[in-house]
Design a protein around this ligand. Sequence first.
Ligand code: TEU
Length: 543
Amino acid sequence: MNPKYKHATVYQIYPRSFADSDGDGVGDIRGIISKLDYLAELGVDVIWLSPVYKSPNDDNGYDISDYRDIQPEFGTMADFDELLAEAKARGISIIMDLVINHTSDEHEWFKKALAGEEKYKNYYIIKKGKNGKLPNNWGNFFADCPWEPFGDPKNEEYFLHLFSKKQPDLNWYNPEVYREICDIMRFWLDKGVAGFRCDVINVIHKKSFEDGKRQLVLTGREHYLSTDGTHRILSSLRRDVIDKYDAFTVGETVMVDIPMARDLCDESRRELDMVFAFEHMECDQIAVKWFKTKFKPKKLMKTLTKWQTGLNWNTLYFENHDQPRSVTRFTKGGEYRAVGAKMLLGLLFTLRGTTFIYQGEEIGMTNGAFDSLDEIMDIESHNVDKMAKSMGIINPFRWNLIKKTSRDNARTPMQWTDGEGAGFTSGTPWLKLHPNHKTVNVRRDLSNPDGVIAFFKKVNAYKKSSEVLKEGSFKELCAEGDVYAFERELDGERLTVVASFSDKTRALPEGIEGECIISNYEGVGEKLRPYEFRLIKPKLGAN
Ligand code: TEU
């Protein structure tokens, strides 16, 4: 693992929704530049920038039509270079989103493939149909069919797209594809980016195109999840590119289990520095992410413990641009919104691993306030609606499902002020602003010495100063009911963390005593107050 980034505080920016400098309602690079002082003040070390490359925007930039150019609505390459330099001047590195499972169908490679150039046809996965049917029975991540006719339908050829039909999957059997992607990575690393967050990186290589075992979702996944081929590609990319720049990589690894995660970031295999696992994000769903159920704290706590003890180094995250907001999912919100947001942040800075924060999490932003599907832009949500409709699910139910799970919940514009446009834009925002920006916004939170940001800064600074939090071991002390407690220990020095997921008062787990160093409440009571978080220095000899 690259030690330079192991203890970094990483902040994810979803450029479309972060800050709009020119009033077109869409966030942009100059907007990000204007907020760098704020990020430096938070104690952010690394920015993970969601895609800013040229894109027709079918999936908000995750469909790239030119890997070496900037999306015009985000600005220019000169703006990007300035962002990099200005960030660097504040001691902040930038990692890019590397989307290499697929390109846009508007990428010149795909256009040339469609025009019949064999060389480029071989960049994608194009297969003949089987007896008038699709090439196989696989599923698709966006509730769609993963095969789309390629060119003239009478040829009965189809291209594979595990995501939207405007995101054709690349053919990683082709060494030309490997060379092209290496060059693209070098292009950005030469500019001075610190590394990459690698989008759906554990599905890039498909080991066969046979029919898959029938599953509720993603039939066929056994043919492409963390294959040997993917391992080989990752170690080659590391050797040929990443290591030459002392860069850093974090893989987004869907449906990954602990053994797979261990292999993907095993030091001796030299593939990725770390991975994003998803299991803890599944603690409020039934079978698939679109069916949410009541949040069970115990399931979350047990899953956190399982990964803390099963994998040597974790990424710590509760939010990103694909997940509903954590304060809405894991707390009752309302009067407990701020205290709950602090408790969740407390965990993100005291569990063992690298902390990743998503924009707005530092003020406890909530799920969007959408009234109907018309207000939702996310392609996934629209596909889910179509699928549910075809299954005969009637509308109030369909909307109820989407309202809770839509990725747009995390994509509402960043709430900077209580003014019109929330300080995000002077124009009309591309996605509905949450009306609670009147009270939940950066300016107001910053002016409050007990604000969520103040807590964020405190716990972030503490982690940076504490070898125990950075390197210490993890031991679960309690994961009963809705109270989580664990110990971090290094060379005999210990810290204890207690976090309540309850909106009621709870007893402190037995045997936990000592000096409370950080808490999300005034003073220390005998019992835990709703969503209370405590970082405790145990009494010598206790525990
Ligand atoms: O996401 C991959 C992924 O599997 C999910 O998190 C995804 O959001 C979807 O909900 C699956 O059901 C990554 C990106 O983070 C996401 O924004 C992109 O849409 C996707 O890859 C395709 O590039």
